[in-house]
Design a protein around this ligand. Sequence first.
Ligand SMILES: Cc1ncc(COP(=O)(O)O)c(C=O)c1O
Length: 389
Amino acid sequence: MSYTKISDKEYIANTYNRFDLEIVKGKGEFVWDENGKEYIDLSTGIAVNAFGHADEQIIDAATKQMKNFFHTSNLYYTNPCVTLAKLLTEKTGMKKVFFSNSGAEANECAIKAAREWAFVNKGEEYYNIITLKNSFHGRTITTLSATGQDVFHEKFLPLTQGFLYAQPNCADDMEKLLKENKCAAIMIETVQGEGGVIPLDEDYVKSLIELSEKYNVLIICDEVQTGNGRTGKLYGYMHYDFVPDIVSTAKGLGGGLPIGATMLGEKVKDVYKPGSHGSTFGGNPVCCAAAVNVISRIDDELLEEVCKKSEYIKKELSCAEGVVSVTGRGFMLGVETKKNASDVVKKCMEFGVLVITAKTKVRILPPLNICQQSLEKSVKIIKKAIAEA
Ligand SMILES: Cc1ncc(COP(=O)(O)O)c(C=O)c1O
């Protein structure tokens, strides 16, 4: 066992079930382990490396900013931060942005914005936020509380008050909760990622929009995983032809550098006042410069490619021996296999492809710019792994 692996077990908090693999180098869709073995990485750091590893353009954007200055406080104006905010608002129809460092923080900001909006516009008792069962919104105590899965709550009680959980794809259940409780917002993932790569039905989202108007509640889209091109649109909500009130995102936004963003729509754009919220590292100029590069490159042409290649993966795998179903959108796909998903993932790794699980599914999250040749090679290997696991 390598020095890194032995020392990791001794010095790193025991929160991760790591694979027996040390990554020592990456380039594009490829990574190499400590023994020089090459892998095609279809896990992308869990939907983070939007343009693969060590992308030259992101390196240039970040190093140019790094050579200038890496950090200053939010007490001063900086250009990369506002350039990114302008780009995001122009591409989404949202109005203002708060920057943080992770998905959980982006959701914390979204939750606080919804509560502040309801406090001012509806009354202080309208603090409840309805999320969906089987959702995942983060690991801080409040975003864990928002997460609609008991398994994440055990041992961390008491949770933050004010979260209710509705059955996904059941508008009646949502309406019942809205009727019986004083609510600020509904919070959804358009594709439940950690919950097993399950997209929300189109009719259901339409009903949620109607219900949000009827009960005067905000819609928050957690686009931490679905955002930044992952589903074949810039943001997952764009598949449903509406503009949410709040959009949170992170993961792919910085292409591998840590950044979170909470985008505020018309109704909530001015809800925050100086002192309402803040973050020391939020809006870090190096991360923002990288994110400007990432968001500028996610154009219609790239998104069309993602959709085309996604159809290829779906077509190839849905009729493969041992596959029960393929769910998801774009480059966020979940493959239900007859064999145990963890065994399939291990076999894929043995054969040189990195994929991960999502509940009982094999999750495939390729870089947005992966070439067709690598994709074809990966699909062949995944099929072989399913057969031999
Ligand atoms: C939908 C969603 N929200 C929030 C998070 C939390 O993001 P982070 O780990 O960056 O805090 C995740 C992470 O997997 C996620 O998938």
